[in-house]
Design a protein. Structure first.
Length: 270
């Protein structure tokens, strides 16, 4: 409960970065750097298990076990990337949220990506009911877990992502979401417009690439929370793949040139 209270307080003012570790070691290192909260990444975790990022390929129980492990890894609040809540119907979302809360997370996100290629976003009325169901499940738990509503318009190729994302995020705010999030938005003006549309509720922005925006820039736009999604995991995979390819294709070990020493890594976990 103290972690939940701490997490809620972080959203009250200012701007904080909530990086996304994918396993216990990466979580402990980020805690070592002084970050005040962590968020899971469904993609980073799936890749670590040799799986694509999908609720269809990463079973709910496997994901819940991962949340439990990440909560135990540090003393920081953890926000769970819960994909679509492992259900289409509101009742199923509510049950999934109930189970998620039991892992000890301080927050969780529910997205409106249906996984259906022909209709990738849930109809708005159903999407709102799903957020309402998640809200009710949290309220019944009495925990105060932070609920993030996600509008996946930018990531699913919607022809008018900004307008539709705002329409959905405003509806999710009214349905009880504590934090609003439209992953994929990059433009400064669009970020600012989303922040204004849902004010005074906080907005999360994901920085999945180096767009030139820095944390102070996002803070100036009114963003309250900044995550990085699978980017740190992909950074690790990039170095691993380059070094492995050099060995396989060139017989070279040049990919090891800038490696952190064994001693430094080993000492971090003692």
């Amino acid at each position: 409960m103290s972690r939940i209270a701490e997490f809620r307080k972080l959203h009250e003012s200012g701007c904080f970065v909530i990086p996304n570790p994918w396993d216990v070691g990466s979580a402990r290192y980020l805690a070592h750097l002084g970050f005040r909260a962590l968020a899971t990444t469904s993609g980073g975790f799936a890749f670590s298990r040799g799986l694509p990022d999908s609720a269809a390929t990463v079973p709910r129980q496997m994901m819940l076990n991962h949340f439990t492990e990440m909560v135990a890894a540090t003393n920081l609040p953890v926000n769970a990337d819960y994909q679509n809540g492992y259900a289409d119907d509101p009742e199923g979302v509510a049950e999934s949220v109930r189970l998620c809360i039991q892992t000890g997370v301080a927050g969780l996100s529910i997205e409106d990506n249906s996984g259906n290629a022909e209709a990738p976003l849930y109809e708005l009325s159903l999407a709102v009911e799903r957020v309402e169901a998640a809200r009710v499940a949290i309220d019944r738990s009495g925990t105060g877990v932070v609920l993030t509503g996600r509008a996946e318009c930018y990531l699913t190729g919607h022809p008018g992502p900004l307008k539709e994302a705002i329409r959905r995020l405003v509806a999710y705010a009214e349905a009880g979401a504590d934090v609003l999030y439209a992953p994929g938005v990059r433009d400064r003006d669009e970020i600012a417009e989303i922040v204004r549309a849902v004010h005074p509720k906080p907005v999360n922005v994901v920085m999945a690439a180096n767009t030139g925006l820095r944390v102070p820039d996002l803070a100036g736009l009114g963003v309250r929370r900044v995550s990085v999604g699978s980017s740190l995991a992909r950074t690790a995979w990039t170095a691993f793949m380059k070094a492995s390819k050099a060995i396989a294709e060139e017989g070279s070990f040049g990919g090891f040139d800038e490696n952190v020493s064994f001693k430094e890594l080993d000492s971090l976990f003692r």
